[in-house]
Every structure is written in structure tokens, then in C-alpha cells.
Design a binder for this molecule. Structure first.
Ligand code: GAL
Length: 830
């Protein structure tokens, strides 16, 4: 073979050079916005955390975001997941950050990379690997050499990985912004003093030294050094001003809902309010806004933080936990995004003028190259206002923003929703012939109750010492479970012999189980966000040797606060036996304690599909309400493409695996408070995370997502470790899909109605165009209505997966009354 000629080589080199140069994007900024290749660009971004879904879901989520008018995807980088052991890295499966960013790129969207590496995010330990604790003299997030060394190491690793794959915009990639740290400004002042200030400067210097060719941001960091852009996080950021007039107004976290704790209600933020917040932000000069979250997803395995963050991280986001469109949230925001994008040039380049009408009513006008855009904002919580704007009257409902893209036509008001509401239903997994819901058959095994053997030792114990140790210092978070075991000899003459006395344990949580002489004594767990508690239960000690085994259990490690490393966990003491009647106490805190990490079944890999311990499962006498039991069953994959969940109602608390993969901790027996869920969800005031809560008195989380990629075509194995006691009798595998579709749309709009998963409309339960009343499920006819609404919708929607209804008298017929605004109400069944 001949060697390539010099000319060919030069040509190749030129192509390479030209190719990479031509695809590079220049990212800069000024006080009005981020500039992409010199052009100010409006960024509407959505957070999707790659480990909270599966690689197979990513494309669909990103496509749905794109279709929803989103032009950038934001994610954190999860240090503890990528570096589970110091200097051993993992980017496999749903940790494949490069694949995630490339999926964003292939869809033509921008990416925002929040490297942190502290991320908060309701993620275990805020994203810090727990092995950091073992580094001498380390203090997190301050001017501490040991910490800075580790932070530099990991951030450098990530930046180099992105550079190597040409993922920064400066290299032709999609990443237009990078973040260092996370909301450090919220903690540092009170806690770290000057060291905190030095650390902020160090973070900035570190970030800039990476020379990535895109701007860096710090969120909630008033003293972010130039040229780092300080950004805002919150439910509203219209009043935010960056710390430098050359920095654009950016909103890195617009909380689309809120997270949920075990034992708490389910939070909801109305789309009306969310759209209002977005409208206000862009009315007042915003240039970049990111929904936290656009898709929340699932905390698989032990990734949830807290303590006590649920396995679902649905967040009430525009895409629900499973990736379904959450309607009307997705659609109503989409309509707003499309309008904002269509006028972005005028917003980012135009001359801005604010008009104050008093009573929290304002107008903002942008003029540029003969074009005019206006926002009419009513932040009054109780009154609608009609104002005269440029010789026309506009009625702006309370707590809403109207957008006039040409300073004349009202095309959008944040309080008037013109997209469908989808009511999701769960359908049971059917047996092969499609007739009956598939009935699960169970086998079970006991979990070993660890105790001290005759020789005074414990199999696989890690430490024996005369004091009570912090839970995390022993487990290093390699398991949720830590056994604290001690032995005491009771003489027949001992005042505690053969008598019912109290076992007293002071613990910092999160859960405690006690066994005496291998007999279960009781369980207690932290409630109401207070993790420190006292366990007191009656016990009876026999003459001779008595063994006490206490199991301390964590339920996610703290992710927020200025001292997460110093938060005590587990049994710090005292541990005592108390005879309250006789007023005598025996303190066991300085006894010899033997520690063992984890549960035996995990060591035996009972959670895996094929192990040598398969044969010890029993089919008979299925136990109910017994703590420390393993259950196993098999089930066929549900047909179709709709997302799959398992309903675990009936169980206590534990962890579930499907085909060997953890779908997370479960705790369906934990219920939300009975009160605090409003009858009607409608507020016109600043959202705080509590208005519109649902699920009062019900199981905090009964459904657990099984991503379809975890499933096998033939048979699937579901394994449960039940820690509290419950019954698996009624468990069912189900699919989640759109059941009913409702709409309440205003005239002169096009209403799109859609089912999901290939299903079609089978019935139109209600249709009226005029002045109908009520809400989805209880619509009522008004005083007038157009004659053809029902038949038009029947003709155009029945038998179809989706249909478009032009909401106007032309198609639906003349309405027989005079209203300023006609509405269409529809209820259809998929
Ligand atoms: C912010 C934080 C996020 C997330 C959010 C609440 O303060 O930056 O990571 O924790 O709160 O969901």
C-alpha cells in the first residue's frame, strides 16, 4: 500500500482544523443576556438528572422537553456515584454522563453542566462520597486543603472528560455554561467566616483555570467574583439583580414543584403560578431560566438524600416521574415558551419601559427595530384589573401576566389554561389471556438476626470497642444497616433478673430495631423531621447470658446544611436498662459493643437473580407482619410501552429489586398527615411548597417505578427485603397511562387532545362550548352553548390517538348568548 501523499495529509489536517473551528460556538455575555456566536439568546432550560432515569429513557425525555419549547437541558454531576471509591470511577449505565450530553447535543439542544461537586439535590449526602470523611482534617466546602485537593481532583476529572469528548460549546459541543459549587452563599456567611470567603475565590480561580471557553456561574452567590455570573434560585426571581451590571439576569432553579419526604404530603405547584413566575421574570429583563426539575425521576438504590427523601423524585415537574407529559403543566408552559422564543430578539435587544398602574399592576414594553412586545403584569393577590394600555382595554386576572407579542393582541395569559388536563390511571398487568390481573405467587426467607456466638464473637463483625460509635463512621454508608451488639451476664440476684424492665436507647436515627436474645422487641423511627429520638420498650432478662442486638438504619444522608459531616447518626447513647419502679438504672453505654455492617441476605445475594442460595426459599406459610423477611416472586412484562410500576401497598418498609436491580427504598406504611390538603387547589399568592398538597392520610408512596429497561421479555424476578413487617398478598404490577382527558379552553385557540401509549379516544363524556362550569369530572352546561360541539369532537377524536379542536364558533357552531369570552369544556376517555 502506498503512503498518503503530503498533499492528502495537508488536506486532512485542513479539514480537521476547519471542521473543528467551524463547529466551535462562541459563548459570551453582557448585562442583557448570554450571547451565542455574538447573538443574545433566550435560554429556556429544564433540569433532567441522568441517574434519576435510564439511558433508554433519556432520548424520549429530551425530545419531550424540546417539543415543550425547551432549548437547554441542565444537570448536576453526581460525585459520589461516579467516584464510589477514591480514584475508582464509574460512568456505566445511567451514570454515562457523556452519552447523556451527546443525546442532548444530537437533539440540537444546549446543555448546562452544574459540576458542583456539592449538589444538594435531595441526593445522598448532597453528592459527597462518604469516604471523604475518612480523610484526616477534612472540612467540606471551605478553605480546607484536604477538601480542596479532592474537589480539584474530581472537577478536573469531569472537565477533562468533557473536553476529551469536545462537549464544551467552544469545542463545538452543547455545553454553554458550567457551574462551580452550589448555593454556597446560603450557608457560608454564618458558618465559615473568612475561610468561606477565601473558598469562594478559590472556587472561582479553579473554575477559570480550566479554560473551558464557556462562562461559569455560581448560584445564590452574591459575592461571586467576576467574571463568574451569580444566579438566582427560588420560586420567583423577577426581583433578582446580579452583582455586576455586565452579568445577565439568570434563574438557575425555578422550582416547578417540590420534593417529598417520607411521612409528608405530596407537594404541587400550579402551572398557573409557575407560568406567572416565568412571565414576571421575562417581563423584568430575565435572559435564562431553568426549571428545577423539568423531569424529576426516581431515586433508585440508595441515592435519595434527606434524610427521608422519598424514592419518587417526581417533583410535580412537567414530565412526571415516569416520563409522561404532566398535563396541563407541560402544555401550558409550552405555549408560553413558544411565544417567548418568538419575541426573544425584542426582549434581549429592545429598549425597555416600565409603567406602574399602582395596586401591583404594571406593564413593561420592549421596543426594537419597529417591533413591540408588552407584558401586562398583575401581582395583586385579590383583584383583577382592567387597564387601558395604548388605547385598548385589557383585563388581567389577579396573580397573572398577559403577553402581547405585538403590543396589541393578547395571545397568552398565565392564568388562562388552554391545554389538556390528563388524568392518569393505573392498569393492572393482565394474565397471558388478557382476562385477569396477574396474581403473584410468593416465596420467602428469614433474614438472620445477628447475635453474639457462644465464643463471644460475631461473624464478619468489623469493630469491637467499649463505646458507642457514630453509625456513619462505622458503615461508611456501604449499607443502611448497622448492628450494635452487646452481651451482659445477669446473676440470679441481680435487680434486673427475670423482671420486666425498660430498654432505653437514645439515638440520632433514623430507624431503630431492637432484639433481645434474638427476640424482636420493637421498632421506632424518627418523625416530623426530628431525627433524634428515645426508644423505650419493655424487656425481660433471663439469669445468665443475655444478648442485646440493636439495628440502626439510615434512610438517606443529609444533603443540605453547613455541617453535614458533623451531623450525628445512630446510637450515641446512653443505652440503659431502667427499672422505673425501683428507680435503678444499669448503663450499658460503655459495655463492650460489637459492630456489624449490613444484612446477611445481601451478602448471600438474595436480591440477585441467580445465586447459590436459591433453594432455601419457602413457598408455604407466607409470613405477614413479620420484620426482617425476604419475599420473592416472578411476573411477566406488561404489554405495550406505558411505564410500569409496582404497587407495594401492604408492605412496611424495605428495599425492592427487579431482576437484581434496586428500584429503591420503599416505605408504603408511612402515611402523610390527615390534614393540610386543601379541598380545592387554587391560590393567588406566593407559593411556599405547601399550598395544594395532596395525599393526606394516605401512604406517602405506594407506587414504585420499574423502568422498562429493567424488565425481561420472558420472566422477571421481584425481590423485597421487608424490614418492618407487612404483607405482599395484594401487590400488583401495573402500567400508568392517560385515562381521562379534560380541557377547559378559551376561544380562538387550537386545543390538542392526546391519549398515550397507542390508545385511542373511546368516548366523549362531555362537550360544551359557551359558558360551561365546573372542573374535570364535574363539568356542567352553562346558560348557552353551541350546537355542534359534541358531534364535532366525536367526529374528529373518537378512534384517534390525538386530535386538534379549533375552539371557535365557526367549527363548533354559534353560541346563543353574549359573553366576552366563550370556553370549551371537554371530557374524553382514552
Ligand atoms: C436548592 C438546591 C437544589 C435542590 C433544591 C430543592 O436549594 O440548590 O439542589 O436541593 O434546593 O429541591
Amino acid at each position: 500500500m502506498s503512503r498518503p501523499s503530503y498533499c492528502v495529509l495537508v488536506l486532512c489536517f485542513a479539514v480537521l482544523l476547519f471542521g473543528s473551528l467551524s463547529s466551535a460556538t462562541d459563548i459570551s455575555f453582557d448585562g442583557r443576556g448570554l450571547k451565542i456566536d455574538g447573538e443574545r439568546t433566550l435560554i429556556l432550560s429544564g433540569s433532567i438528572h441522568y441517574p434519576r432515569s435510564t439511558p433508554e429513557m433519556w432520548l424520549d425525555l429530551i425530545k419531550k422537553a424540546k417539543e415543550g419549547g425547551i432549548n437547554a437541558i441542565e444537570t448536576y454531576v453526581f460525585w459520589d456515584a461516579h467516584e464510589p471509591v477514591s480514584r475508582q470511577y464509574d460512568f456505566s449505565g445511567n451514570l454515562d454522563l457523556v452519552r447523556f450530553i451527546k443525546t442532548i447535543q444530537n437533539e440540537g439542544l444546549f446543555a448546562i453542566l452544574r459540576i458542583g461537586p456539592y449538589v444538594c439535590a435531595e441526593w445522598n449526602y448532597g453528592g459527597f462520597p462518604v469516604w471523604l470523611n475518612n480523610i484526616q482534617n477534612i472540612t467540606f466546602r471551605t478553605n480546607n486543603e484536604a477538601f480542596k485537593h479532592e474537589m480539584r481532583n474530581f472537577t478536573t476529572f469531569i472537565v477533562n472528560m468533557m473536553k476529551h469528548e469536545n462537549l464544551f460549546a467552544s469545542q463545538g459541543g452543547p455545553i454553554i455554561l458550567a457551574q462551580i459549587e452550589n448555593e454556597f452563599g446560603n450557608v457560608k456567611n454564618g458558618y465559615y467566616g473568612q475561610d468561606g470567603k477565601d473558598y469562594v475565590q478559590w472556587c472561582a480561580d479553579l473554575a477559570l483555570s480550566f479554560d473551558v471557553g464557556v462562562p461559569w456561574i455560581m448560584c445564590q452567590q452574591k459575592d461571586a467574583p467576576q467574571p463568574i455570573i451569580d444566579t438566582c434560585n427560588g420560586f420567583y426571581c423577577d426581583g433578582f439583580t446580579p452583582n455586576n451590571e455586565n452579568s445577565p439576569k439568570m434563574w438557575t432553579e425555578n422550582w416547578s414543584g417540590w420534593f417529598q419526604d417520607w411521612g409528608d404530603r405530596r407537594p404541587h405547584r400550579t402551572v398557573k403560578d409557575l407560568a406567572f413566575a416565568v412571565g414576571r421574570f421575562f417581563q423584568y429583563g430575565g435572559s435564562l431560566m431553568n426549571y428545577y426539575m423539568y423531569h424529576g425521576g426516581t431515586n433508585f438504590g440508595h441515592t435519595s438524600g434527606g434524610p427521608y427523601i422519598t424514592t419518587s423524585y417526581d417533583y410535580d415537574a412537567p414530565l412526571d416521574e415516569y416520563g409522561n407529559l404532566q398535563q396541563p403543566k407541560w402544555g401550558h408552559l409550552r405555549n408560553l415558551h413558544l411565544i417567548l422564543l418568538s419575541v426573544q430578539k425584542t426582549l434581549l435587544y429592545g429598549y425597555r419601559r416600565d409603567i406602574d398602574y399602582g395596586n401591583m399592576m404594571s406593564a413593561t414594553v420592549y421596543n426594537y427595530e419597529g417591533k413591540c412586545v408588552a407584558f401586562l403584569g398583575n401581582a395583586n393577590e385579590s383583584e383583577d384589573f382592567t387597564i387601558n394600555f395604548q388605547d385598548n382595554n385589557y383585563t388581567v386576572p389577579r396573580w397573572s401576566v398577559t403577553v402581547l407579542p405585538d403590543c396589541f393582541t393578547e395571545v397568552y395569559n398565565t392564568a388562562k389554561i388552554n391545554s389538556q388536563t390528563s388524568i392518569m390511571v393505573n392498569r393492572p398487568n393482565q394474565a397471558d389471556d388478557g382476562s385477569e390481573p396477574y396474581k403473584l405467587q410468593w416465596v420467602w426467607r428469614r433474614e438472620t438476626i445477628e447475635d453474639i456466638k457462644k465464643n463471644g464473637l460475631v461473624r464478619d463483625s468489623v469493630i469491637t470497642t467499649n463505646k458507642l460509635l457514630d453509625h456513619l463512621s462505622v458503615t461508611n454508608d456501604t449499607s443502611d444497616y448497622l448492628w450494635y451488639m452487646t452481651r451482659l451476664d445477669i446473676n440470679p440476684g441481680d435487680p434486673f433478673c427475670d423482671k420486666t424492665v425498660t430498654l432505653y436507647v437514645h439515638t440520632y436515627g433514623h430507624v431503630l430495631h431492637a432484639f433481645v436474645n434474638s427476640r424482636f422487641i420493637g421498632t421506632q423511627f424518627a418523625i416530623n423531621g426530628k431525627y433524634e429520638f428515645v426508644f423505650e420498650k419493655n424487656v425481660k432478662l433471663k439469669p445468665g447470658t443475655n444478648d442485646i442486638s440493636l439495628v440502626s438504619v439510615t434512610v438517606g444522608l443529609q444533603n443540605y446544611g453547613d455541617d453535614i459531616k458533623d451531623v450525628p447518626i445512630g446510637i450515641h447513647g446512653p443505652v440503659q436498662l431502667i427499672d422505673y419502679a425501683a428507680n435503678v438504672t444499669k448503663d450499658l453505654s460503655s459495655n463492650e459493643w460489637i459492630y456489624k455492617v449490613g444484612i446477611h441476605g445481601i451478602k448471600q445475594q438474595l436480591n440477585k437473580v441467580h445465586t447459590r442460595h436459591q433453594h432455601n426459599w419457602r413457598a408455604e406459610a407466607l409470613p405477614t407482619n413479620r420484620p426482617f423477611v425476604w419475599y420473592k416472586t416472578t411476573f411477566p412484562s406488561p404489554l405495550g410501552t406505558d411505564p410500569v410500576v409496582v404497587d407495594l401497598l401492604g408492605l412496611g418498609k424495605g428495599e425492592a429489586w427487579v431482576n437484581g436491580r434496586s428500584i429503591g427504598r420503599y416505605w408504603p406504611s408511612r402515611t402523610a398527615p390527615k390534614d393540610g390538603c386543601p379541598y380545592k387547589c387554587d391560590y393567588n399568592q406566593p407559593y411556599t411548597g405547601h399550598e395544594c398538597a395532596t395525599n393526606c392520610g394516605k401512604s406517602t408512596q405506594r407506587y414504585y417505578h420499574i423502568p422498562r429497561e429493567f424488565l425481561d421479555d420472558r420472566e422477571n424476578v421481584l425481590v423485597l427485603f421487608e424490614e418492618f413487617g407487612g404483607t405482599p398478598d395484594d401487590l400488583t404490577v401495573q402500567t400508568v397511562t392517560v385515562g381521562t382527558v379534560c380541557a377547559h379552553a378559551y376561544d380562538n385557540n387550537n386545543l390538542q387532545l392526546s391519549c398515550q401509549g397507542g390508545r385511542v379516544f373511546t368516548d366523549i363524556r362531555f362537550a360544551s362550548f359557551g359558558d360551561p362550569e365546573g372542573t374535570c369530572g364535574s363539568f356542567k352546561r352553562g346558560t348557552c352553548e353551541a350546537p355542534w360541539a359534541l358531534s364535532y369532537i366525536q367526529n374528529n377524536c373518537l378512534g384517534r390517538e390525538s386530535c386538534v379542536i379549533p375552539v371557535s364558533e365557526y367549527y363548533l357552531g354559534p353560541t346563543s348568548c353574549h359573553s366576552s369570552e366563550y370556553r370549551l369544556a371537554v371530557e374524553a376517555v382514552c
